[in-house]
Each structure stands twice: as C-alpha cells, then as structure tokens.
Design a protein around this ligand. Structure first.
Ligand SMILES: *[C@@H]1O[C@H](CO)[C@@H](O)[C@H](O)[C@H]1NC(C)=O
Ligand SMILES: *[C@@H]1O[C@H](CO)[C@@H](O)[C@H](O)[C@H]1NC(C)=O
Ligand SMILES: *[C@@H]1O[C@H](CO)[C@@H](O)[C@H](O)[C@H]1NC(C)=O
Ligand SMILES: *[C@@H]1O[C@H](CO)[C@@H](O)[C@H](O)[C@H]1NC(C)=O
Ligand SMILES: *[C@@H]1O[C@H](CO)[C@@H](O)[C@H](O)[C@H]1NC(C)=O
Ligand SMILES: *[C@@H]1O[C@H](CO)[C@@H](O)[C@H](O)[C@H]1NC(C)=O
Ligand SMILES: *[C@@H]1O[C@H](CO)[C@@H](O)[C@H](O)[C@H]1NC(C)=O
Ligand SMILES: *[C@@H]1O[C@H](CO)[C@@H](O)[C@H](O)[C@H]1NC(C)=O
Ligand SMILES: *[C@@H]1O[C@H](CO)[C@@H](O)[C@H](O)[C@H]1NC(C)=O
Ligand SMILES: *[C@@H]1O[C@H](CO)[C@@H](O)[C@H](O)[C@H]1NC(C)=O
Length: 475
C-alpha cells in the first residue's frame, strides 16, 4: 500500500502535467561589483557567485531533466546554442555576469571525442560549455549596427535626455535637494576622500549611495563608519531610489522611459519568435542595468502593485516572462497563439536567494495574461523599430537621417522645437551626462561627475579609467 507521502508524490506530476512552458525571456542585472567611484568597475567574486547561483536556479526551473517547469524541447545537459539568444551591452561587468550566469544554466559536462585518427579529445575545464554572449553596442560604437540605434535604449535618445534633464529643474527635485542638505553633510566624514562638501548632495544621490553600499559589503573598516547607522543607510537608499526612479520614469512624460520602451519591444519580439519558431528559439536572456528595470516597471504599472517597484533592484535581480499553455504540445501539434499566455515573474536579488515571484502587469488582477492581451498592452509603450525610435526621440541625424526619410518628410525646423520646452543648451552638459547614464542604462557613466571631481582631489587615474569602463571592450 502507498504511504500518504508517496501518494502525494505520485500525484504531483499530474498537477503540473497540464501546463507547458514554451519559452522564456529573462532580463537580468549584474552581480555584486566594485564601486563606481574607483574605476575600472569589476564583477566581484561575490557577484560571480550571485549570477552563477541565479543561473543554477533557472536551470532547476527550466532546463534540467527534472526541472520544475521544464521548457518544451529545450536541451537539458549539452547546450544547443541555437536554442539560446544571450545579449549584454559592451560593459565588462554585464558581459561577465552573463558568462557567469550561463555557467550555472549549463554547467560543465565532461565528454570524450574520438578523432578520425583515433586520438581522444576532451574539452578543457572539465567540459566547460561555450555559449556566446552577443554584445549590444552602444551608440558611440557602430558594431552591431543593425540593432545599435535603439536596442536597450543605449543610443542617445535626444528627447529622453532632455526629459530626464527636466527632473533637475522640477520642484520635486529642488525641494529634495534643499531638504536633504543637512543629512548629506552629516555623513561627509564617511566619504570625504571621494566627495567634497559641494558634491555631497542629493544631486549625486546614486553615486553616494553606491560608494557607501559597496563599502558596507566589502570593507570592515570604513572611516567614520559609526555614522552609518542602519537608519542612515536606509535613507541613503531611499534617496537614491527616488533620484533614479525619477530619471528613469515620469508618468506624464513617457519618452523618459525609453529604456523600458525598447526593452518592452525586445520582450515581445523575442517571445513572438519563440511562438513562430514553434519553440525552436525558446530562451532569450538579456543583461542590463537597473535603469531599464525601473523604466519598465513604471511603464507596465508595477508601482501600483507595490511601491517596491520604484526602488533600484538588488544585484543579480531578474525578471522572467514565461510563455505558457494548457494545450497539448507535441511534435505534431503546437498551440495557436490563442492558447498561449504570458506570466511575469520577478526576483529581487539572485533568484537562488529570493525566488521568482509572480506579479500582475498593467494594473490587471491576473498574473497569467493571454498572449494577445499581453502584446496589446506592451504595444502601448513599446518602441521596437528605428523609424519610431527616431520620431519619438526627435533625432534626425546619424542613423536617423535615413530612417526619417522613409517615414515622413519631416523638416528639421519642426523637430528642433520638440523637447519639453527646455533648450539643450540650458539643460547643461553635466546634467546630460548624468541623465544619459541613467536613461541609456549604462550605470558606469553615472559617476562621471563624481569622477571628474575625484581627479581634482588627486585620485590619479579617475577620468580616463571611468571612460574606459564605459566602453570597456571585451574581446
Ligand atoms: C534535479 O536533480 C538534480 C540532481 O539529482 C538535483 O540536484 C536538483 O535539485 C533536482 N532539481 C529539482 C528541481 O528537483
Ligand atoms: C591526430 O589528429 C590530431 C588533430 O589533427 C593531432 O593533433 C594529433 O597529433 C593526431 N594524432 C596522431 C597520433 O597522429
Ligand atoms: C540623438 O540626438 C541627440 C541630441 O541631438 C544626440 O546627442 C544623440 O547622439 C543622437 N543619437 C543618435 C543615435 O544619433
Ligand atoms: C514630469 O513631467 C512633467 C511634464 O513634462 C513635468 O512637468 C514634471 O516636472 C516632471 N516631474 C519630474 C519629477 O520630473
Ligand atoms: C575626513 O573627515 C575626517 C573626520 O572628520 C577628517 O579627520 C579627515 O581629515 C577628512 N579627510 C579629508 C580628506 O578631508
Ligand atoms: C576601507 O576603508 C578604509 C578607510 O576609509 C580605506 O582606507 C581602505 O582603503 C578601504 N579598503 C578598501 C578595500 O576599500
Ligand atoms: C509576430 O510578429 C509578426 C510581425 O509583427 C506578426 O505578423 C505576427 O502576427 C506575430 N505573431 C504572433 C503569434 O503574435
Ligand atoms: C516589498 O518589500 C518588502 C520588503 O522587502 C516585502 O516584505 C514585501 O513583501 C514586498 N512587497 C511586494 C508586493 O513584493
Ligand atoms: C528590491 O530591494 C530593494 C532593497 O534592497 C528595495 O529598495 C526595492 O524596492 C526592491 N524592489 C522590489 C521590486 O521589490
Ligand atoms: C492551466 O490550468 C491551470 C488549472 O486550471 C490554471 O491554474 C493555469 O492558469 C492554466 N494555465 C494557462 C496558461 O492557462
């Protein structure tokens, strides 16, 4: 006779059997890294562990033979690279995070291979599996030109830069700047090697938080560390959250969230490809910065679920968009789009520590949305082609010179008046740098302003290395 436990175990597969995961799109933040204040920024061992564990978590969920939500047709042990599309911007921390994640997703498998002449060969590093991580180029370099103008919003969207700059002139910002002056000055002794009384303000909320946050993780002896009470640290985080969310999203000025808009288009396009290929391309993974998370959260209505979604996501956070169906899936029958749904999940920090949790998108009550509903909602803010990008961004030169010509014969005089009523000159170079960094999703740039001052304070290799970090080429 079966024991109750055995009975339950034997029923479990039946409960799960009806739902099939057809594919997934994952967007992932990098793991723990060194401070932006001391370039070049690198992924730490801790960060490597975080992304690797996240990869193992996703393996247990989608990939291995006994996975809890095995993806239909996906190779379990030996990777089939045609089934995976992995992308990361040209940024050392993000590229390495992607590589570390993939090692967890498809760990080494030792195999032996016999050549024609009888020699036996086996792969190095215990059968380490090589999986390409495609570089998403930023606007400044023209590699990957096909996608570079709009992918991840990494491209210098003119109107978005102006919009984010407007934050620095908003009443909300100016009030916060004033009301937090004393708070920031009170912690100056902690960071006075890097910040001066003049730069230690809400204007640099993220850089200051980043420096302190990294120190609290890695440095057992922080100078004047007694000033860093848990309350102070919490305030630094909240102020940084406020600052970054406002640069990434503004409900009445959607272009500010260009990073989220282009990500949304990527999500739909990749999931669409999974469906049209009948799951021949089931897995898409992109690595990116927290600003893209924040922009997307704002656009997709997640802050109405919880205020948490207006905060910077922790290192190694990820969001997953699962394509699921209850229809029969076999080699001869693939479900139609009408039988396919999308489920959104998010993990704040490495999913191995804080598992993926389902949340409803677009202010809806259901966490599993029909594919058509999902795409309709995403299409309301997705920006996925060059011409639309150029038009919304108000860009007419460079890659947009030709894109513009194909959509409309807009004259330069009309585009020059767009941009929320503030001239780019007024907006200022430094503001543009800071906002570019956030909007374009390259965290490395955020500290450029602080970096300039670092140099003045004599911290040697500041500017040049900060710059190098931004475009940090990977071979
Ligand atoms: C699958 O099996 C492996 C090896 O036996 C085990 O380590 C892992 O925890 C299992 N995963 C699940 C989701 O049960
Ligand atoms: C067999 O072929 C491989 C690859 O060409 C070569 O490296 C190896 O030396 C050969 N072995 C013998 C015994 O000829
Ligand atoms: C778009 O326009 C802005 C402002 O003129 C410019 O800084 C940026 O480089 C342009 N982007 C592209 C991709 O041409
Ligand atoms: C949001 O955008 C509106 C419209 O452009 C602007 O008036 C407001 O100041 C912005 N708010 C913030 C916090 O940036
Ligand atoms: C930083 O503050 C501490 C404590 O007030 C002080 O001893 C130190 O000299 C300051 N360092 C700099 C570089 O100003
Ligand atoms: C830790 O903090 C101390 C005091 O500020 C500083 O001298 C030291 O360089 C820091 N160490 C690291 C590894 O950052
Ligand atoms: C996928 O995208 C193509 C091109 O936009 C569209 O024609 C097709 O209907 C989409 N397929 C699904 C299943 O949404
Ligand atoms: C928001 O974050 C808090 C603290 O981490 C957590 O307790 C709470 O469950 C979160 N809320 C949601 C809706 O995720
Ligand atoms: C993630 O955690 C951070 C604190 O570490 C918090 O500020 C943020 O709101 C959280 N985000 C979500 C979506 O839970
Ligand atoms: C499949 O059926 C189960 C049980 O009725 C339900 O909870 C789940 O949401 C369904 N999944 C889809 C994709 O419709």
């Amino acid at each position: 006779m079966l024991s109750p436990q055995l009975l339950l175990l034997s029923l479990l597969p039946l409960i799960h059997a009806q739902e099939t995961v057809l594919g997934v799109f994952i967007f992932h933040r990098h793991g723990d890294r060194t401070s932006k204040s001391f370039a070049p920024t690198t992924l730490t061992d801790l960060g490597y562990v975080q992304v690797h564990h996240s990869g193992s978590y996703y393996r247990d969920r989608y990939v291995s033979t006994n996975a809890s939500s095995k993806i239909y047709g996906l190779a379990s042990d030996i990777v089939k690279t045609s089934q995976l599309s992995v992308e990361a911007p040209v940024d050392t921390v993000l590229q390495n995070s992607a590589a570390g994640f993939l090692q967890g997703l498809y760990p080494p498998v030792q195999q032996v291979n016999t050549l024609a002449n009888g020699t036996v060969v086996s792969a190095p590093l215990g059968g380490y599996q090589l999986i390409p991580v495609n570089a998403v180029a930023s606007a400044s370099s023209n590699a990957n030109s096909e996608n570079s103008a709009w992918l991840q919003g990494n491209s210098g969207c003119g109107n978005a830069v102006v919009s984010s700059n407007n934050y620095f002139f908003s009443e909300e910002y100016l009030n916060k700047l004033k009301s937090t002056t004393d708070f920031y000055q009170s912690i100056l002794p902690v960071i006075n090697n890097t910040f001066t009384a003049a730069t230690n303000t809400y204007k640099n909320a993220y850089s200051i938080f980043d420096l302190v946050h990294v120190s609290t993780i890695h440095n057992a002896t922080i100078q004047s560390g007694d000033l860093l009470t848990s309350d102070t640290q919490y305030q630094l985080l909240q102020l940084a959250n406020d600052h970054e969310y406002n640069l990434a999203y503004n409900a009445s000025d959607p272009i500010r969230a260009i990073a989220g808009s282009t990500l949304a288009a990527q999500i739909v396009q990749n999931l669409n490809k999974t469906i049209t290929s009948k799951s021949a391309n089931p897995v898409s993974i992109q690595f990116g910065a927290y600003a893209s998370f924040l922009s997307f959260f704002g656009l997709s209505g997640l802050p109405s679920v919880s205020d948490n979604f207006t905060g910077i996501v922790d290192y190694a956070s990820s969001m997953a968009f699962e394509l699921v169906t209850n229809a029969t899936v076999s080699q001869t029958s693939y479900p139609s789009a009408a039988d396919i749904s999308v489920r959104f999940l998010f993990a704040n920090g490495s999913a191995s520590e804080t598992p993926l949790t389902e949340y409803p998108l677009f202010g809806q009550s259901e966490v599993t949305l029909p594919w058509t509903t999902f795409t309709e909602e995403m299409d309301k803010f997705a920006i996925g082609d060059q011409a639309t990008w150029c038009e919304r961004c108000g860009n007419t030169t460079g890659v947009c010179a030709t894109a513009d010509a194909t959509t409309s014969a807009s004259s330069p005089s009309t585009t020059s008046s767009t941009g929320g009523g503030m001239s780019r000159v007024v907006a200022g170079v430094i503001g543009a740098m800071v906002t570019l960094a956030v909007v374009l999703g390259i965290e490395a740039l955020v500290v450029l302003v602080a970096g300039l001052r670092l140099v003045r304070k004599g911290r040697g290799n500041g500017v040049a290395v900060v710059g190098e970090n931004v475009v940090g080429k990977t071979a």
